[in-house]
Design a protein around this ligand. Structure first.
Ligand SMILES: *[C@@H]1O[C@H](CO)[C@@H](O)[C@H](O)[C@H]1NC(C)=O
Length: 194
């Protein structure tokens, strides 16, 4: 996998790979996995159960007292948060295992040892990408299988040095590239993700 880093980051990150232009403003975006010839090719990044997955639907909630957005897409806002209407927002983090997670709505609680960054968004040519270089990760993401065959679920991890795969076998995880596609909806994408 190509290593990916952005320009204008702290000089200490410069060793991570070729630096690219950093965008001054980041639009809300969805993330699509790229690994041709694999079962995860073109699956979308989805937030549910306080984790991230490739494929399936997002887990979202709408209080009955509120008029809510459709909540049918997982949209990242501000590079490291979910695009929600719920006050306080929802932050994305990476656990020491490498697993990506997100805070519950109305809570700022981050699990012990988790890293909230650095996440980056930037272009390589015409294509925008999302990456994470905290906890020793090189910027790439992995999809680790849970279950087998057509019912396999793919949980998303950062490529930290010692990924703790849910099935105990980090070699079963597939590294993937990604495309961050600008989200064209208006307002927030969901009231909250659950
Ligand atoms: C989500 O819902 C909106 C509004 O109904 C629709 O336009 C959009 O295509 C849906 N997106 C997905 C990924 O299903």
């Amino acid at each position: 996998m190509k290593s990916f880093a952005l320009a204008a980051l702290l000089p200490l990150l410069a060793a991570a790979g070729p630096l690219k232009r950093q965008d001054t403003t980041t639009p809300p975006f969805t993330v699509v996995a790229i690994r041709s010839g694999s079962p995860i090719q073109y699956l979308t990044l989805e937030a549910r159960e306080e984790k991230f997955w490739l494929g399936g639907n997002p887990g979202t909630y709408c209080p009955q007292t509120t008029s809510c957005p459709p909540g049918n897409e997982t949209v990242i806002a501000g590079i490291n948060g979910l695009d929600v209407a719920a006050p306080g927002g929802q932050q994305i983090y990476v656990l020491p295992s490498g697993a990506l997670g997100f805070t519950q709505a109305h809570s700022a609680d981050i699990p012990a040892g988790a890293a909230t960054g650095p996440f980056e968004y930037g272009h390589e040519g015409a294509t925008a990408k999302w990456s994470f270089t905290g906890l020793g990760a090189k910027g790439g993401f992995l999809a680790c299988p849970i279950g087998e065959g057509s019912s396999t679920q793919w949980q998303v991890f950062a490529d930290v040095p010692n990924v703790q795969a849910p099935n105990g076998n980090a070699n079963s995880c597939l590294g993937f590239d990604n495309i961050a596609e600008t989200w064209t909806g208006t307002g927030a994408a969901a009231w909250e993700y659950i």
